[in-house]
Design a protein around this ligand. Structure first.
Ligand SMILES: Nc1ncnc2c1ncn2[C@@H]1O[C@H](COP(=O)(O)OP(=O)(O)OP(=O)(O)O)[C@@H](O)[C@H]1O
Length: 664
């Protein structure tokens, strides 16, 4: 914006007396803009000839503002991110302000200095009192959605911006936050922003309603709409009710209806009064109406509304209510159920595990490192009829090859010089009556695979140096992150053992792919320290991160954050750098610039269970490379962060065809 335009704008504002006459062609929002200019000049004493730089509040102040809307930010996250995904490519940034005009959330390019300078940034103060007329500040004052387009702004330093904002109110009608989308540049015509205004109003309503439903999740909620067809998916009016049908709260559309309804002598308005019906007509909707919808007439009018009931979520048995699950003295949810909340892949796995837990068939658990293979194996054991017998876990990759045999099968007295004179029971025997968990089975040497096969086939183990086999009764659960089919094809794994182990396959998704990450984050943090709170900004960062080390890395990250946060509250600043820096995979160093990858062959996809995993391998390679480079190729540091041993890191590097740079 050049100086001449700014000077012209200052003149326009100064001669504001003629504002409405001079701007006849403006859209109706300009009544709001006019009132705002008036406030700026006469109430706040702002001087249009002295443009004000963007004011960004201190870190501490920002935290206080974020805290005050923490619960709301958690609920708003999905709506905010969905809106941003729709507008980012059009050059907009998204801002969420609290009711005082301080930006408590920002989605956009953090490194764009122009945004920072323009105040389109986290912590910026867009209150009308400070920044003059703007979409956010004026929306707060007027309680209405509006676009503040270019010269609508009071301050001449803002006249290249276009900003569109909508209010979000709490269930009592108080302003909670303002949702805003802004762009540094835009077409000159204000009409170009009409679509933005519709889009933002739609998302503000979605977020507001999500917050309403969250706040009243333990109450009966009546949802209604003028359309029978749309009410289930997009009911516009929400009413929270007590057991007698008294309206406890309503969303914005519901409150608008209530203001039209004037009861004569009632203190508390009931829904049956409002809809001229019996309380039982409402309570019986779900089971008496075929489509779960019933028609009602609004009292004293001809207006029809179609309503559905949303049942309260029970406080005690909800699996998603983590604090309930954890604090519950009675273990109402089995160890298997607790492994996940609402993730489709995990649900399938857990349901299969439940069906097979009492059978003695061997199970093969597949999943990347840290996805919880051992935890699942333990839960299967713990919920099976073998629960009171031992659970023995053997990590075939961690035991040196020379020791696996004696560790597993044991040895007879006098077999080894230096060994225990009396001999030793192997882990297979130790597990007798219980479960033997063979982790990293893909790393078991071939000759031991034959011996293991015999144990499984014959139910007997022959310790080293012994002449008599010992009867054993074990159930075997095996796990691997390897592609066993490929190992079989390469002659490194016995096909007959594979079939023996694979009574059924249980697959664990990567943490990144799980829809119930939030549940896991809360569950794990609760276990680490129930008194520590996770702030919404930290939760957002954790949800956005790609988690190459899966749940193990999440545990380590939360443990670290809990240790470094001193105030009993984890914010994004307490998270390790990689969680906040790698917001998306595309931000990870491009392979071509690394130079440590040898002959990555895109023509040779890995095949797991018949599906092409080429992309997944590339992603794993990217993630591991990023971590290695982040830790300057310090393998111990990478192993620590991933929560695996150094040999595991080396093995994974080998598998992903990554080698150490020469100068390390
Ligand atoms: N569902 C879960 N709930 C809580 N903690 C979990 C869950 N799944 C995994 N963990 C934790 O994550 C870490 C890794 O789990 P586990 O050892 O079972 O993974 P894994 O897949 O067997 O890893 P690897 O392949 O490296 O042996 C452990 O600290 C475990 O306690």
């Amino acid at each position: 914006m050049n100086n001449a335009s700014q000077r012209r704008h200052i003149d326009t504002v100064l001669s504001y007396g003629g504002y409405q006459a001079a701007n006849k062609s403006y859209s109706p929002t300009h009544e709001l803009i006019g009132r705002s200019w008036q406030r700026c000049l006469s109430e706040y004493g702002l001087d249009p000839s002295r443009p004000r730089p963007a004011r960004i509040v201190t870190h501490q102040t920002l935290r206080e503002h974020q805290d005050s809307v923490d619960e709301f930010l958690n609920v708003a996250r999905a709506g905010v991110e969905q809106l941003y995904s729709q507008i980012a490519s059009l050059g907009y940034v998204l801002l969420l302000s609290d009711h005082r005009g301080i930006m408590v959330q920002f989605l956009g390019d953090k490194h764009d200095d122009r945004l920072h300078k323009a105040g389109l940034y986290l912590g910026a103060d867009w209150s009308e009192q400070y920044a003059g007329t703007s979409a956010v500040g004026t929306c707060i004052k007027e309680g209405q959605a509006l676009t503040c387009h270019r010269v609508d702004h009071f301050d001449s330093s803002h006249i290249s911006l276009t900003c569109t904002a909508a209010p979000i109110k709490d269930p009592s009608g108080q302003l909670l936050a303002v949702l805003d989308i802004s762009s540094l540049h835009s077409s000159r015509t204000p009409e170009s922003q009409n679509f933005a205004l519709h889009l933002i109003q739609l998302h503000a309503r979605l977020i507001e309603d999500a917050y309403f439903l969250r706040r009243y999740r333990h109450s009966l909620v009546f949802k209604c709409d003028q359309s029978r067809e749309l009410v289930q998916v997009n009911g516009q009016l929400l009413f929270a009710l007590d057991e007698q049908g008294v309206i406890l709260a309503a969303n914005t559309a519901g409150r608008a209806l209530l203001t039209q309804y004037q009861p004569i002598s009632k203190e508390a308005i009931t829904l049956p009064d409002l809809l001229e019906c019996q309380w039982r007509d409402i309570l019986s909707i779900t089971y008496e109406s075929k489509d779960g919808v019933r028609a009602f007439r609004v009292s004293g009018t001809q207006q029809m509304l179609y309503g559905v009931l949303i049942e309260p979520r029970k406080k005690s048995s909800s699996q998603l209510d983590v604090s309930q699950v954890i604090s519950s003295q009675e273990e109402s949810v089995s160890a298997l159920d607790r492994l996940c909340a609402d993730d489709p892949a995990m649900r399938q796995t857990i349901s299969l595990a439940k069906r097979l837990r009492h059978r003695d068939v061997s199970l093969l658990i597949l999943g990347e490192t840290g996805t919880g293979k051992e935890v699942l194996a333990k839960a299967i054991h713990g919920t099976s009829h073998r629960a009171d017998s031992p659970f023995m876990a053997v990590n075939c990759a961690a035991i040196p090859e020379s020791l696996i045999e004696s560790e597993l099968f044991g040895y007879a007295p006098g077999t080894f010089t230096g060994g225990r004179a009396k001999g030793a029971k192997g882990l297979i025997q130790e597990a007798n009556g219980g479960t033997l968990f063979l982790d990293e089975i893909g790393d078991m040497p071939l000759h031991l695979q034959s011996r293991l096969l015999r144990v499984l086939a014959e139910g007997q183990v022959l310790p080293l140096g012994a002449s008599q086999p010992v009867d054993i009764d074990i159930r075997v659960l095996a796990a691997t992150h390897c592609n066993l089919t490929q190992l079989i094809a390469d002659g490194q794994f016995r096909e007959d053992l594979y079939y023996r182990l694979n009574g059924a396959t249980l697959k664990l998704p990567t943490l990144k792919a799980r829809a119930d990450k939030q549940y896991l984050i809360k569950l794990l943090l609760e276990r680490i320290n129930p008194a520590v709170r996770l702030r919404a900004d930290a939760m957002s960062a954790l949800l956005a991160y790609s988690w190459p080390g899966n749940i193990r890395q999440l545990v380590n990250t939360l443990t670290f954050a809990e240790a470094v946060c001193e105030t009993g509250e984890i914010t994004v600043h307490h998270l390790p750098d990689e969680c906040t820096q790698h917001r998306s995979r595309s931000a990870i160093i491009p392979l071509s610039s690394v130079g440590q990858v040898i002959h990555t062959n895109p023509e040779r996809p890995t095949v797991i269970n018949g599906h092409c995993q080429l992309e997944s391998a590339a992603v794993q390679q990217n993630d591991l490379l990023a971590l290695l480079r982040h830790h300057r190729w310090n393998i111990s540091a990478v192993a620590k962060q991933l929560g695996v041993s150094r040999p595991t890191v080396y093995r994974r590097m080998k598998k992903l065809e990554i080698c150490l740079p020469k100068d390390v």
